[in-house]
Structures are given as structure tokens and as C-alpha cells.
Design a protein around this ligand. Sequence first.
Ligand code: SF4
Length: 361
Amino acid sequence: MNQNALLEWYGRFSRDLPWRRTRDPYAIWVSETMLQQTRVETVLPYYARFLRELPDVASLAEATEERVLALWSGLGYYRRARMLHAAAKAVAEDHGGRLPRSPEELRQLEGVGAYTAGAIASIAFGKRAALVDGNVARVLARLFAVEEDVKSAAGAGQVWALAEELVTSVNGPAGDWNQALMELGAMVCTPREPRCAECPVSADCQGRALGIAGELPRTSPKRRPVTVKRVALVIASSSRVVLARRRREALFGGLWEPPAADGVDPRPLAAELGIEGALRPGGQVVHVLSHRRMEVAVSVTSLGKRRRWSPPGDDYDAIEVVRIDEVASRAHSTLARKVLAAAGVLPLAKGHRAGLRSPSK
Ligand code: SF4
């Protein structure tokens, strides 16, 4: 395969992204962690803010979890942030604040899998370490006509073996090679309609030659997300709102949100919180996670003068009355923001309008 053609194409046409302007292992680690399951455009502002606030391993290791989660609020998959934080502490304590250089040592860190280890080792340290993400798996499956399911053990084994062979044989920096494969997958060899006419390695593409490129990679059908019905209570005045913090072990662990519970009737939750005032319907919020579709019926009630609250149910470990203008600086999920927006407490963040339905519907 003409690897030089792909490297040359990458040099000429790759996007100018902030994490490509640095060889700082910490910055690359943060970017790769944020980019897991998340689009580049979404990550850009989070990456800039995170590095501005926590510019190195030492500052991340010393930060509170609350601060790290607040910087991650809205990015989703919050476990990534908690593991990044824990791993930064380990790097500070066990490696003198410097990330280890080999993929094997990097993989010992919490949250660093084979992909991230390969990315840091090759991009930051120039090691001939392979990586496979969704883009690379698709490109390699098409280039080499891999017909196995790339998510099965056998298929993943094949694409990893190909990635390792190619990063070893390339005549150029391993980090550039790995990024060239990912960029080709993101920009040209796209999931639905690969733009083979623009592809620098089309002459080598076995999938194209066989006329099956568009059918690759083969994957088993996705599981449909399970629908979970919940109720949320927005207890607010014009300037304050009650937020509860999810226990670390719970979904959205460590994040603040209006108290919520499974079910369709908000009254048991209201009774547990000791709310005596009337509940008004605040609309329906839909939020889809990878395996769950959350349908949340929002109810609204007045805060009144009460100051002391107890966390309801088993999923919360703290509850506070928070000033509305301070909510944004608390660690919170996009779902919490949608619930607060449905109740008219916060404006809805750009791009989230589709998740709301008015009370009348
Ligand atoms: Fe992908 Fe088409 Fe290039 Fe093959 S020729 S790698 S299918 S874009």
C-alpha cells in the first residue's frame, strides 16, 4: 500500500485542530479522552477551557472532583472525567508528574485503553504504537476488505494487526500516520458514502476493487436503547433552585440536578421531599444515552422560605438551595440543563431544543 500518498495527503489537507499544534503529552491525553464518543466541534470549546483552567498534570491532580466535573459539564460520559482525574493523581504520585512513554505503561493508568495509549505514545512520544478507533477500523476494513464484524474479537484482532503492521512499515512519523488514518476516516472514507474519487489510497483499496466498500465495516445491529421513565421536581423561586448531587456510584455520579426518581407520578418524590405546595406540569424532556432513552416528566413547585432539605431516595448524597446564576458553575449534565430549561429556570443550551416538549403535548 502507498503509505506515502496518505501521509502526503494528510500534510496538505488535514484540519488545523488545536491538539495537532502541540506535542504536550498532557494536552494530547486530555484531547483524546474528550474525543472518545464525542464530535470534534463539541470538544473544541471544552478542550480550550479545560487546558486554560487546568494546564498540566499537577493542576489536574490537585483540582477537586467538583471542579473537574464542572469543566466537563455538558460533554457527557462523565466517567471519563473522573478516570482522567484519578489517573492524573497517579501520574503525579508515581511518575513525578510526567506521563509514561510506552503504551504498556500508559495502559496501567485508569481510563487509558489501547486506543488512547497508542495515541499518546505515537503522537506525543513518536513511538511506533498502533491505534484503532471507529474511523481507523472503518478505513482498514475497507482498504483490506475485512469482512469480519470489526467489533467481534476476530474482526478487532484483524484490524489491530493491520494497524500494527502499517505503523511499523510507514516511512514517516508514527503519530502523523495514525492521525492520517483517522483523518481519512473522518473526512473522506466516511460511514455512509465514502468519497473514493478524492481518496489518496483508492488505487490500493480492496473493498473498492471488490465493489463492497460501502458495505464495510460489517457490524452487528445496534441494540435499541431501553426507555426509562422518570419524574423530576424543579423547586424554584425567581432567584434560587433546589439541586441534589448524585452519588458517585450512580449514573451521572457527582453531578447536580433537580431531584428526580424513576416512575411517572411525581407525588411520592414530592412527599419524600416534604413538599406541600401544588405541582405544576413543566413539560417532558427526552434525553438519549448510548443504551437508554430517558423520558423525564418535569413538575415545578415554589421554593418558599424553607432552607433545610434532605436528599431523597438512594441516588443522592447532598441537596442544596443554589442561586440560579451559580448553577452553570456547578457540575451538571445536559439532561439536568434540559430539565431546568423545561421549567423556565435556565435558557436551553444551543442544539438541545429537540429534547423538549411543552406541557400541553
Ligand atoms: Fe475508503 Fe473509498 Fe478510500 Fe477505499 S477508496 S479507503 S472505501 S474512501
